[in-house]
Write a protein that binds this ligand. Structure first.
Ligand code: ATP
Ligand code: MG
Length: 426
């Protein structure tokens, strides 16, 4: 039997119904804050992610699903294939495609800011485990065009509203600043100095990170490495005046929005493009994959992708982890819909025609297709929580009526066939 690929999931109807609730809530909140939807391709040029997410990130180093398309494959076989230039990659995140689209469609030429949201699948070749999949869904927003720390707080506020509305337990907002290229450069040297005699004991990845981007070592998921680097200098203590001021302003805005937060100097985020604000929202109810939402400011990204200098801030929220953390919405199971049963072939077309009319009037109805008897049909309709059953058999046809059974009350009456639509609308 062919099974689904590792790290993917089937979303069955019960799950899809929950997901729809999440999507609708997210869309509603985006509307309250003025974010509008954007959709972009499922795959992009590989170089987009290499240049934005960054060569030192886990995503680019290990997790991307690179696609060699049929057309490219020809060249690949003949040699001379330039994967940097021509390779395609299933999107691992949504910020880079949003910004690519912002630039390509010249949205910067409109009055600013630009406020966008997206929802959809991302792909990362990670080791599958609870809360970590190879195809997962993110809700994301990007607030593009302003460096005002209010924007950072607004982005965080929307994410917190979402968690609040879903009644997520033990949620915690953690904020940090990762500075700008200028204060980070000085800090990198400081950190390298501190790590110089420790780096040989760290994992292979961290040894690479030491040269490319030592800040990334702080984000290593290996506990032994975290023990070895204890007491490391903290970037927050070495911010330039501009970054320090921005962080103060963020905290003031968060307080004005009545949001509690914890300053966590360990948050560095997994993507290279972050500047100043970095934040995570975690829920302890989730175990080890506890981060539901991560985001931050990326003032250099638009320029890095050849657009005009444009400060921006955004988040990515893991829909799958949200689903795991949210308390069951106790929705009452209500009876709804009409089950249509024709007894005898002759009666079937009249009933099929009635179904069409019912749906035109906005009634949900289903037609019996399993050749069940009257008794078995009633049993089925009861179990499926139909509100009513309509039975049309030979005797009903002769009398010009249809049998209407109210499943709630357990009562049944005969209604003139031509008046049934009227009666149901009442
Ligand atoms: P992590 O540290 O858990 O790997 P990350 O830093 O790679 O997360 P981001 O790229 O910032 O995560 O993505 C934002 C959110 O998307 C995460 O907080 C998480 O909820 C979700 N997410 C990321 N990767 C996965 C995955 N493989 N499976 C499910 N959800 C994911
Ligand atoms: Mg990751």
């Amino acid at each position: 039997m062919i099974q689904k690929p590792k790290g993917t999931r089937d979303m069955l109807p019960e799950t899809c119904e929950k997901i729809r609730i999440l999507e609708n809530l997210f869309i509603e909140l985006c509307g309250l804050y003025g974010f509008r939807e954007i959709r972009f391709p499922m795959f992009e040029k590989t170089s987009l992610f290499e240049r934005s997410v960054g060569e030192s990130s886990d995503i680019v180093r290990k997790e991307m699903f690179r696609v060699i398309s049929g057309a490219n494959l020809d060249k690949y076989c003949r040699g001379g294939y330039d994967i940097q230039k021509e390779g395609l990659t299933l999107r691992p995140e949504g910020t880079a495609p949003t910004i690519r689209s912002f630039i390509e469609n010249k949205l910067y030429a409109d009055a600013q800011p630009t406020k966008l949201f997206y929802m959809g699948s991302n792909f990362r070749n990670e080791r599958p485990q609870a809360g970590r999949f190879r195809e997962f869904t993110q809700f994301g927003i990007e607030f593009i065009g302003s460096e005002d720390a209010y924007c950072d707080a607004e982005v965080i506020g929307l994410a917190m509203d979402m968690m609040e509305r879903l009644d997520i337990d033990d949620k915690e907002l953690r904020i940090n600043s990762v500075g700008c290229p200028s204060c980070r450069k000085a800090y990198h040297e400081l950190l390298r100095g501190f790590l110089a005699d420790k780096v040989q004991y760290l994992c292979h990845d961290c040894q690479d990170r030491y040269d490319i981007n030592p800040l990334r070592i702080l984000d290593c998921k290996i506990e032994a490495d975290q023990q070895r680097i204890k007491g490391h200098p903290v970037l927050l203590d070495h911010l330039c005046d501009d970054c320090a001021q921005h962080f103060e302003s963020l905290k003031e805005n968060l307080s004005a929005m009545e949001l509690d937060y914890i300053v966590d100097t360990g948050i560095v985020r997994g993507l290279d493009y972050y500047t100043k604000t970095a934040f995570e929202i975690v829920s302890s109810s989730l175990g080890s994959q506890s981060t539901i939402c991560g985001g931050g400011r990326y003032d250099g990204l638009v320029e890095e992708l050849d657009g005009p200098p444009t400060p921006s801030v955004g988040f990515g929220m893991g829909m799958d982890r949200l689903l795991m953390a949210m308390n069951d919405l106790d929705e009452k199971e209500e009876r709804k819909g009409i089950f249509l049963l024709a007894l005898g072939v002759e009666q079937k077309s009249a009933l099929v025609n009635l179904a069409v009319k019912l749906r035109r009037e906005g009634h949900y109805c289903e037609v019996e297709v399993m050749q069940r008897s009257l008794r078995a049909s009633m049993k089925y309709a009861n179990k499926q929580l139909f509100k009513a059953v309509l039975v049309y058999g030979e005797s009903e046809k002769e009398k010009g009526v249809i049998l209407y059974r109210d499943m709630e009350k357990g009562e049944q009456i005969e209604v003139e066939f031509d008046r049934i639509l009227e009666v149901l609308s009442e």
